[in-house]
Design a protein around this ligand. Sequence first.
Ligand code: B12
Ligand code: SF4
Ligand code: SF4
Length: 344
Amino acid sequence: MKERLTAFARDAGFAKVGVCRPDAVPEMAERLAAFVDDGRHGQMAWMAERMQWRGDPTALWPEARSVIMLAEVYTPDHDPLAVLHQRDRAAISVYAQGRDYHDVVKKRLKVVGRWLIDQVPGAEIKVFVDTAPVMEKPLAQAAGLGWQGKHTNLLGRDLGNWFFLGAIFTTVDLEPDAPEVSHCGSCTACLDICPTRAFPAPYQLDARRCISYLTIEHKGPVDADLRGLMGNRIYGCDDCLAICPWNKFAASGRDARLAARDDLLAPPLVELALLDEAGFRARFAGSPIKRIGRDRFVRNVAYAMGNSGDPAMVAALSHLVDDADATVADAARWAILRLKGELP
Ligand code: B12
Ligand code: SF4
Ligand code: SF4
């Protein structure tokens, strides 16, 4: 059954499949608690809720016998770091340049789940991608997909690190795979490149300093000392992923829906700063970016304009200083002062 399942999931489009027991990572709960106790989750209050489920899959669904972890590849065909030098343009992380991966991965998980139910009468399944109280990375390591690198993301010798994770919990007893171990060795490339020094130690992240968190999850003004370090990254950040040497072996075969939209590869900041609510919604329909809403998006764009070093942007920013959203207005004022050289 395991072999047939793996073959089916690969035919369905997943790059790699592995299985672990729901209780395969007993240290997970303690590590999650340490992360939350330290406040490293910042404003992501949902991480501190339902922690008994997040830290322990056997509590989330006691009837589950196996956890099937699957990798969905989104390896880019361009250098994601190149846009960081085009300071009048917006850097949008690779994962958000195409269609929302949640939809793509969930559909594929359901195809595999349905197949399993057809094969094993009475089988039950639950599919998860990203948003459920499930710690996908440690489970995927236990299922042998790869290991959590020093940047805390999962990477594999045959996968690189450009892939999403999906999970199928099932009542079917499947043979577990051997867990993977770290192959980071003495490399520290991801820790060294991080613009905000968001790693307090290898294998640990303080989300409060991570640009991905700051641009996507953080509401309200960003700390003034971090704004300048965000550069032109307006949605997510790829630096620690892009620098990883294991990407030499990155898997290909990305779903066409996850390919970058041309207009999201390096859009001009000035154009994005002009988006109103309706314009924002129209431009980002079907994109994960839609989730953060126009105000947080334009806040990020204003910080990037302040970091552009281009005084010509002051004109576009002056339209935002009286914005109805106080955080956008504050970001625009900060950016103007920065471009005029009145702030460090
Ligand atoms: C919250 C979250 C975030 C937060 C916090 C990230 C984090 N590292 O915790 C923020 C918003 C910052 C974020 C950013 C990103 N995310 Co995110 N995120 C999640 C989410 C929802 C939960 C992760 C979580 O549980 N964090 C809590 C901490 C405690 O868990 P942890 O990182 O596993 O921590 C472990 C280590 O600290 C380790 N540890 C602690 N001490 C020690 C000591 C040693 C010696 C060792 C070995 C280990 C170790 O143990 C902990 C438990 O395993 C998952 C989806 C999910 N449901 O799992 C996606 C997920 C992790 N994100 C994903 C992605 C793609 C990203 C970004 C790349 C997006 C982007 N380009 O901007 C960035 C990457 C930033 C980074 N370097 O991590 C993917 C990663 C896929 C992969 N291949 O790993 C996931 C799995 C979503 C998905 N379904 O595909 N994310
Ligand atoms: S995503 Fe960017 S800011 Fe976050 S840890 Fe990686 S390099 Fe640092
Ligand atoms: S860049 Fe180096 S340390 Fe970081 S995850 Fe990749 S191999 Fe590990």
